[in-house]
Design a protein around this ligand. Structure first.
Ligand SMILES: NC(=O)c1ccc[n+]([C@@H]2O[C@H](COP(=O)([O-])OP(=O)(O)OC[C@H]3O[C@@H](n4cnc5c(N)ncnc54)[C@H](OP(=O)(O)O)[C@@H]3O)[C@@H](O)[C@H]2O)c1
Length: 289
């Protein structure tokens, strides 16, 4: 049993992570932004003291805003991560740093391995990559868990948006030229817990669901699950949705590290979506909250 601290605990992942740790009987403390601003080294040192494991789920996640406010994003995603690293070194805590598929170029054709070279194409990706480097350089007793396409009960996400649009609109256009792995925050939280519980080798893990799909196919699946005709989802191209930050065309991550650690590979994204639908109450997959 460990004493955990979850930073960014008010966020979509942070809330489910805290719930999963508590349900597993772990001693977990949570710090949302109001409790702990990770851009302050002093505050990080004080907050981390007395905890065996820290999960840094705090981040600047505004991918488009980061294009024009990279310094601010860097202060959270890179300097903030470095502050957490320093604090963990001082207190002797182990660290789980949550990272992203955006550290890769997104132009591959086969899944990215854990050791694939980083080549971020966006400001957000650069700041998250810098956070990874801070962890790798100064905190060998750490796990970096890269995730992608997250959805969960808390916070805005694609599943909730599609469930709402299925009710509000006759048709919805969704891009079919970006491929990735929709990942449920509860599955990611359980995976993080298992890494620490089995004392898996420190290093990089890909915390995404198995299988892969496009946003278009994912939207169709959400329509189907909410009792709507998936033919109302129309395929379109990324060019039709010009956004400040480039989106990776191929964000499929490999899962070999789990197997090397003797842990099961993540379940398929469709199975996870089905499970999420059965436990969310009332289900955002039904009422589009
Ligand atoms: N969502 C995805 O699809 C996705 C994909 C890949 C990787 N990730 C990674 O997964 C992790 C969790 O993301 P999420 O989806 O849960 O994002 P989220 O809902 O935006 O949660 C991030 C939390 O961090 C807080 N925060 C921002 N600046 C902070 C600071 N200076 N100090 C402390 N807390 C601060 C935010 O507070 P406010 O909301 O009040 O600003 C928010 O509660 C992040 O590392 C993210 O990079 C997410």
């Amino acid at each position: 049993m460990s004493r955990w601290l979850v930073t960014g605990a008010g966020g979509m992942l942070g809330q489910d992570l805290y719930a999963v740790l508590s349900a597993a009987g772990e001693t977990a403390a949570r710090a949302s932004l109001a409790d702990l601003d990770i851009t302050s080294l002093e505050a990080c040192v004080a907050a981390v003291e007395g905890h065996d494991v820290v999960v840094n789920a705090a981040a600047w996640t505004g991918v488009d805003d980061a294009e024009t406010q990279e310094a601010q994003a860097f202060s959270v995603n890179a300097t903030g991560a470095a502050n957490i690293v320093r604090a963990c070194k001082i207190s002797g805590s182990r660290l789980v740093q949550v990272s992203t598929d955006y550290v890769f170029a997104g132009d591959a054709t086969t899944p990215y391995g854990e050791d694939a070279p980083l080549a971020p194409r966006s400001a957000y990706g650069r700041t998250k990559a810098a956070g990874e480097w801070a962890v790798r350089a100064h905190c060998p007793e750490s796990w970096i868990v890269r995730t992608a396409w997250l959805y969960g009960e808390y916070g805005p996400n694609f599943v909730k948006t599609m469930a709402r649009l299925a009710v509000e609109r006759e048709t919805v256009s969704v891009v079919d030229d970006q491929r990735g792995q929709p990942t449920w925050t509860v599955d990611l939280s359980a995976a993080i817990l298992s890494l620490v519980q089995v004392q898996a080798p420190f290093g990089i893990y890909h915390g995404t669901a198995s299988g892969d799909t496009t946003w278009f196919e994912f939207a169709q699946e959400i329509f189907r699950r909410t009792g709507h005709d998936p033919a109302r989802v129309r395929p379109t191209k990324s060019q039709a949705f010009e956004r400040p930050a480039p989106r990776p065309a191929y964000s499929v991550l490999g899962h070999d590290a789990w197997e090397r650690a003797g842990l099961p590979r993540p379940r398929d994204w469709r199975d996870a979506l089905q499970r999420a639908q059965s436990v969310w109450s009332p289900s955002p997959l039904q009422n589009g909250r």
